[in-house]
Design a protein around this ligand. Structure first.
Ligand code: FAQ
Length: 309
């Protein structure tokens, strides 16, 4: 009975647009869903450093190298805000990191694709950061205070990443025939995985109903995917790259760009661990975690000494 009335008060606060803060009462399902989603978002930022990190030593100029270094470093920062945000829900960081390393937690499907040329770096900034911004602008308005605030800052930085990526794409698209070919090839490979980043179709999304009821998500996977397509089609035409979808067509009745069928078999294979780079990504994370042990030990020992003093 007591929980029933607490639940009603909790839902009324959400309805009224109030933020839920860490010490407030919340249903156990809300806490669990947020820990799942925020920790998986954090893992995505950290694993997302790998495909781009691959190009830091091979960036075509000092300016490009500095930009890419800053971007990859920003992604690490996003991972940190998000792990902190998950910790406000009472979970220990080492527990969620172990879930990533031992394969019980997911991270974004998109980071299991390879970065084959420099044009992939521009395309990731434009399409992948672009998709992340559409999703995270919504999450910046979510009902949980610490996650909402983390996303506000993340979006500011992702906007810069997207502009940087779009500028690389635009430069290559008006470059030599070889640069034009490279950038078109990168867009052909990243377009479809960028659309599946938004998650399965609404009818196959088991978490959406609960997350939308509690205003963690304010829009569904399909609504956000459509918004991303609508925003991106004109951007592609400005820089003169083609989006690889023969079914892409403006629908004057709905005001949307209709698009072709997505490959959900491929998406589910990727999130089950069978994408082109899943094993490579997890191996790199496990090695990095092992190599960082002395730093965690030293920081822990220093903190313990400070507490004792
Ligand atoms: N990849 O019921 P739903 C970035 C899983 S950050 C892998 O629809 P939900 C920055 C889902 O977890 C990108 N798994 O789930 C950057 C669930 O499995 P579970 C990451 C996926 O939670 C840019 C199952 O499928 N952003 O890019 C994916 O309602 C450039 C059923 O799905 C976030 O994480 C997927 N794409 O909606 C960094 C944002 N989609 O957990 C470096 C926060 C679904 O029950 C370079 N998260 N699944 O075992 C979200 O917005 C949501 O959690 C969704 C999924 C939309 C990802």
């Amino acid at each position: 009975m007591e929980d029933e009335s607490k639940l009603r008060a909790f839902e009324a606060r959400i309805e009224a647009g109030e933020k839920i803060e860490p010490k407030d009462w919340m249903p156990e399902r809300y806490r669990k869903q947020l820990i799942r989603m925020i920790s998986q978002h954090a893992h995505s930022e950290i694993v997302g450093m790998l495909p781009e990190g691959n190009w830091i030593t091979r960036a075509p100029s000092l300016r490009r190298k500095m930009g890419l270094l800053a971007k990859v470093q920003d992604e690490a920062g996003h991972g940190l805000y998000l792990y902190c945000s998950a910790e406000t829900l009472g979970v220990d960081r080492s527990e969620v990191v172990d879930q990533l390393l031992y394969g019980t937690a997911k991270y974004s499907s998109i980071f299991n694709y390879p970065t084959l040329t420099w044009a992939d770096i521009g395309t990731i900034g434009w399409l992948v950061d672009g998709a992340a911004i559409v999703n995270q602008t919504m999450l910046a308005k979510c009902s949980y205070g610490p996650y909402s605030r983390a996303n506000i800052r993340i979006c500011k930085e992702e906007n810069f990443h997207k502009k940087q990526g779009y500028e690389i794409v635009a430069t290559m698209a008006k470059g030599t025939p070889e640069q034009k070919r490279m950038v078109q090839d990168a867009v052909n490979r990243w377009w479809w995985p960028s659309l599946t980043m938004f998650g399965p179709p609404d009818k196959d999304s088991p978490n959406s109903a609960e997350l939308m009821k509690w205003q963690v998500k304010l829009q569904s996977n399909d609504e956000l995917r459509q918004r991303f397509v609508n925003l991106t089609v004109p951007q592609a035409s400005v820089v003169g790259v083609a989006l690889p979808d023969p079914d892409l067509k403006y629908n004057s009745k709905t005001g949307n760009w209709d698009f072709g069928a997505l490959n959900w078999d491929e998406f589910f294979a990727v999130i089950k661990g069978n994408g082109p780079c899943n094993r490579q990504r997890m191996r790199a994370r496990r090695i990095a975690h092992e190599n960082g042990k002395w730093v965690r030990d030293a920081a822990g020992a220093y903190a313990a000494k400070k507490r004792a003093a």
